[in-house]
Design a protein around this ligand. Structure first.
Ligand code: CS2
Length: 493
């Protein structure tokens, strides 16, 4: 029988015996961190590291904020912001209850309240998982002033202190302005998104936003605020109805929004937190001086392979990553792709590239995870520059035409055309969806279609459009996909 009780602080003593509970009192936490973007990834990553340390130091509770939708708040508020984290790898793991959140705000309901909480003196860190598109950048990394949210936030901020931001740079600048005015030191901004040099990338858009509204504020942020870069890694698929049902049984209570994740987790951070931080290294994080080799390794080997699997899988009808890599031809294409990309990396000291590649493939093969290729296929315009185009550029500069990257990009273009190999319709979820579909379906030769897609400004690949060898390789792969589908193209590759 399904349990009738709802997860809550009061229900903690009645949960199933093996459930791992917080070793602190979630009601006694203070708020040292405000986190923007309370999706599944955050709840299985930063929140999990932090939760493990709160018994020692209750200062670091997390106030979450959703920038768009109320759904996570609505699910978790009735259960005191507790939720279960369930690890999946085929063996039995008892669920763990995470109790790291002191609340969740929904920004559009009351943007000023969020700014005020970010400006509170006890908040030392504002962390973020807002996905690539949340940064509102152009392909060259500048603030996208044509973005509707940025345009609205800039207009509002210029006509007085911004009380109702919508964008991430707008919220951060408004909170910095409030702190500066009140004489409160700048918080540390901690980007946890899959962008190269994510801290520096965020610093750039926030500083540009602030400078456009008040040059003194821009200068203050440049001087006073730290933006450490991080590499984050854990595969966290979207929670499904069957996950909810299974977790309710294992918990002995209903949980409206648990999260499922692989057991593997990694977090590498630059150790620059002027107002302090939780001792995350005691929960397994790695503090380094320079995160660059780590993030390049992860973005290009893991995320680059993920995107390749997502587009090839969507075309071939492989619903999950595990299903895709169970196909020997696809698994060997992914191994070859990683081998192709590896020479572009300066690996972190002590990490061996072959071992890392094997570990990534083993993680992809996790049959219990059900990570949908459709989920990873979303937002390609925001992901491909750092995942596939950056390593392609390095290889082309050294005279090599990267054939596997070309195949992955061809799969992306065919995916944007909207038809799977069996003729079924494929949904395109991307801020550039319309332009991508139009360019990918451009009348003319396959070379022209490849050029049209690569020339999309969001991809920042104008240089690659000029590389005839690369364009020809992508066009050849696109023709192979069109003629024989993914299976045939893989055997030719
Ligand atoms: C994935 C990532 O959806 C995607 O684009 O590649 O979310 C990936 O699962 C994580 O970065 C793993 O750390």
């Amino acid at each position: 029988l399904p349990p009738s009780e709802r997860l809550s602080r009061a229900a903690l003593p009645h949960l199933a015996g093996d459930v791992v509970r917080p070793d602190h009192d979630p009601a006694a936490l203070r708020t040292g961190i405000v986190h923007l973007g309370v999706g599944a990834f955050h709840r299985a990553h930063l929140a999990s590291y932090t939760d493990a340390l709160l018994g020692r130091d209750a200062r670091w509770g997390i106030l979450g904020a959703s920038l768009r939708h109320p759904d996570v708040r609505d699910a978790l508020a009735p259960q005191d912001f507790l939720y279960a984290l369930a690890l999946r790898d085929g063996s039995a793991h008892p669920p763990r209850v995470i109790g790291a959140h002191t609340g969740i705000l929904v920004a559009p309901e009351d943007p000023a309240a969020l700014v005020a909480r970010m400006a509170a003196p006890e908040v030392a860190i504002v962390s973020l998982t807002v996905t690539e598109k949340g940064y509102c950048r152009t392909a060259s990394g500048d603030l996208d002033i044509a973005h509707p949210d940025i345009a609205a936030d800039l207009a509002a901020a210029r006509s007085g202190p911004a009380k109702t931001p919508r964008s991430v740079p707008g919220f951060l600048a408004a909170a910095f302005a409030a702190r500066r005015k009140a004489g409160i030191p700048a918080f540390t901004v901690l980007s946890c998104d899959n962008l190269p040099h994510n801290g520096a990338a965020l610093r750039r858009v926030v500083s540009q936003f602030a400078t456009l509204t008040d040059p003194d504020l821009g200068a203050w942020i440049a001087e006073a605020a730290a933006f450490p870069s991080t590499m984050v890694d854990r595969i966290v698929p979207a929670t499904t109805a069957s996950d909810r049902a299974a977790i309710a049984l294992a918990l002995g209570a209903e949980d409206a929004w648990p999260v499922v994740a692989e057991p593997f987790t990694q977090w590498v951070l630059e150790a620059c937190f002027p107002l302090g931080r939780p001792a995350w290294e005691e929960a397994g994080a790695t503090l380094v001086a320079d995160v660059r080799p780590w993030e390049e390794m992860k973005l290009r080997l893991l995320n680059g392979s993920h995107s390749a699997i997502a587009y090839l899988g969507q075309l071939a009808g492989w619903e999950t990553v595990a299903e895709a890599v169970a196909e020997p031809a696809l698994a060997s294409m992914v191994a070859d792709l990683m081998a192709e990309v590896a020479p572009t990396l300066s690996m972190p000291a002590g990490i061996d590239v072959a071992g890392y590649e094997r570990a990534v493939l083993a993680r992809f093969a996790n049959p219990a995870l059900k990570h949908r290729t459709a989920q990873i296929a979303a937002d390609g315009s925001q992901k491909l520059p750092q995942r596939l185009l950056a390593p392609a550029r390095v290889l082309l500069a050294s005279g090599r035409v990267p054939k596997r990257i070309a195949l992955a990009l061809a799969a992306f273009i065919r995916f944007c055309q909207g038809r799977a190999d069996d003729g079924g319709a494929l949904a395109l979820s991307d801020p550039e969806a319309e332009a991508l579909r139009e360019r990918a379906s451009h009348a003319g030769t396959s070379v022209e279609r490849v050029r049209a897609v690569l020339a999309l400004p969001a991809l920042g690949a104008a240089d690659l459009v000029q590389d005839e060898g690369f364009v020809a390789a992508i066009a050849g792969a696109l023709e192979a996909l069109a003629e024989g589908g993914v299976r045939a193209a893989l055997t030719q590759a």
